[in-house]
Design a protein around this ligand. Structure first.
Ligand SMILES: Cc1cc2nc3c(=O)[nH]c(=O)nc-3n(C[C@H](O)[C@H](O)[C@H](O)COP(=O)(O)OP(=O)(O)OC[C@H]3O[C@@H](n4cnc5c(N)ncnc54)[C@H](O)[C@@H]3O)c2cc1C
Length: 421
């Protein structure tokens, strides 16, 4: 019922012009077309998964069959070799059809996107590079075979915001590590084959340090790993983001998704890695906008009454389109600027992009409901779900809307190292 992209009315650039703007070509167009073939089924299933707060396993089976679970695995490892720009556009298109699938797919993809070309650009010793190449070959092989990786970082502390070390600890043992800790909001809980866990390597008596952050793939069937708590949230209900408990979980050395300590270098030097969820919410915003057009034009099945002739509707749609276009504009620019060691201006723009997309998404969904009216918020239509789902974008660490604003304001008023002392 989400429907297809509107052909007749004005839409923001979700297809060909976005491909052009990002300098992409036929390969990206082919991936978007593949998503559009699967998308209507995703949109239809979203009603049930939202109602049940259940994981859209059939969507993952479709994505698996179409090769998308290896989207960002390099070609030499058997993957599709999609780069950051291509991934972001694909993510946006999945988000258009089913936000919850895009949100979880982002967690899966991050495990390959962050560990491939991004790590290759960082400063690593020759030994670290060789060890990383051997380990990632194992993880990529699993993804190529259809394994799903999750990415539970959050801990109900300031760690996921990048302020303090992760409280989940990795203690060295013969041939690997033992993990102990607790991760909240683990999207794909119960559905993933591996959980990409960020933790801190325990080093003797000294205080834990963010420099000792490790990134480990924990098998879902590992001894000592359990999923606890219920899942009955406001929105993004199909993500099934329950709590993971890690109690003396043994993981071998090859579980490492990045060499020890490299995550912090990546987070500092490749900040756009934290902007990847914007694709989900840009797609969701596009879906809410296009639904509104169809609704007001009397094109939604069962809703034949046209409402487009009222000036207030036209103003509301114009307002939505302006917000959508602004989000697209900063998003295309920030995505195109993603690289190692971006300038201060590009870093700020990435934060501004995250803020704009997440907040505008919620705003466009709010306007959509107000202007379509009471019947549009019935559960038989997607808009009320879009509205609830849209609320989640601004809450995503490490770049929540509040953190983006704090960092933007501080960064604009203080030069590096400057204080008021
Ligand atoms: C549907 C959904 C799926 C999710 N999936 C995942 C997942 O797969 N993996 C994962 O790791 N996490 C996931 N998360 C968790 C998400 O990234 C956040 O970690 C979580 O929402 C934080 O909740 P909290 O109440 O503990 O936030 P808190 O850390 O308590 O923060 C509350 C608010 O305070 C503000 N705040 C926090 N720290 C600072 C600071 N240093 N400076 C300024 N303001 C600050 C922020 O605005 C934040 O929104 C998911 C969340 C949702 C809603």
């Amino acid at each position: 019922m989400n429907g297809t992209a509107s052909e007749s009315a004005t839409t923001a650039p979700s297809g060909a012009s976005a491909i052009r703007a990002l300098g992409l070509g036929e390969a990206a167009a082919g991936l978007l077309a593949a998503i559009d073939r699967m998308g209507p089924a995703f949109a239809e299933r979203a009603f049930r998964h939202d109602a049940e707060a259940s994981f859209p396993a059939e969507n993952y089976q479709d994505l698996r069959q179409a090769g998308f679970l290896k989207l960002c695995v390099p070609k030499r490892h058997g993957g599709l070799g999609a780069d950051y720009r291509t991934y972001m556009l694909v993510s946006q298109r999945i988000g258009f059809w089913c936000a919850t699938t895009a949100n979880t797919f982002n967690m899966h993809v991050a495990n390959s996107l962050w560990t491939a070309g991004l790590v290759d650009e960082l400063d690593l010793s020759a030994e670290e590079r060789a060890a990383h190449e051997a380990r990632r070959a194992l993880h990529y092989g699993r993804m190529v075979d259809g394994a799903v990786y999750a990415q539970p970082f959050s801990e109900a502390s300031s760690a996921a915001a990048g302020v303090s070390p992760f409280g989940t600890m990795a203690s060295r043992v013969e041939g690997g590590y033992r993990l102990n800790g607790r991760k909240i909001f683990a999207s794909l809980s119960g559905a993933a084959d591996y959980y990409g866990v960020l933790c801190t390597e325990a080093k003797g008596e000294g205080a834990a340090s963010r420099r000792d952050t490790m990134f480990m793939a924990v098998p879902a069937n590992a001894e000592g790993l359990s999923i606890v708590g219920d899942w009955d949230p406001l929105g993004m209900r199909g993500t099934v983001s329950r709590t993971l408990l890690l109690e003396d979980v043994p993981v071998p050395d090859e579980a490492q998704l990045m060499p020890p300590g490299i995550y912090i270098q990546a987070a500092t030097r490749w900040p756009h890695m934290f902007m990847t969820l914007t694709g989900t919410y840009l797609g969701l915003m596009q879906a809410a906008y296009e639904f509104t057009l169809r609704y007001l034009r009397g094109e939604v099945p069962g809703m034949p009454v046209k409402r487009r002739m009222y000036p207030t509707k036209q103003i509301a749609v114009a307002e939505m389109l302006v917000k959508l276009e602004l989000a697209w504009a900063i998003w295309l620019r920030a995505v195109a600027e993603a690289r190692l060691d971006p300038s201060a201006e590009e870093r700020a723009r990435a934060l501004a992009c995250q803020y704009t997309v997440m907040e505008h998404c919620n705003e466009v969904c709010r306007l959509a409901i107000r202007t379509c009216g009471g019947q549009s918020m019935l559960k038989s239509l997607p808009l009320e779900r879009h509205y609830r789902d849209s609320r989640c974008g601004s809450l995503m660490l490490p770049w929540t809307a509040e953190i983006c604003m704090d960092r933007l304001g501080h960064g604009a008023l203080y030069r590096k190292g400057e204080t008021d002392e």
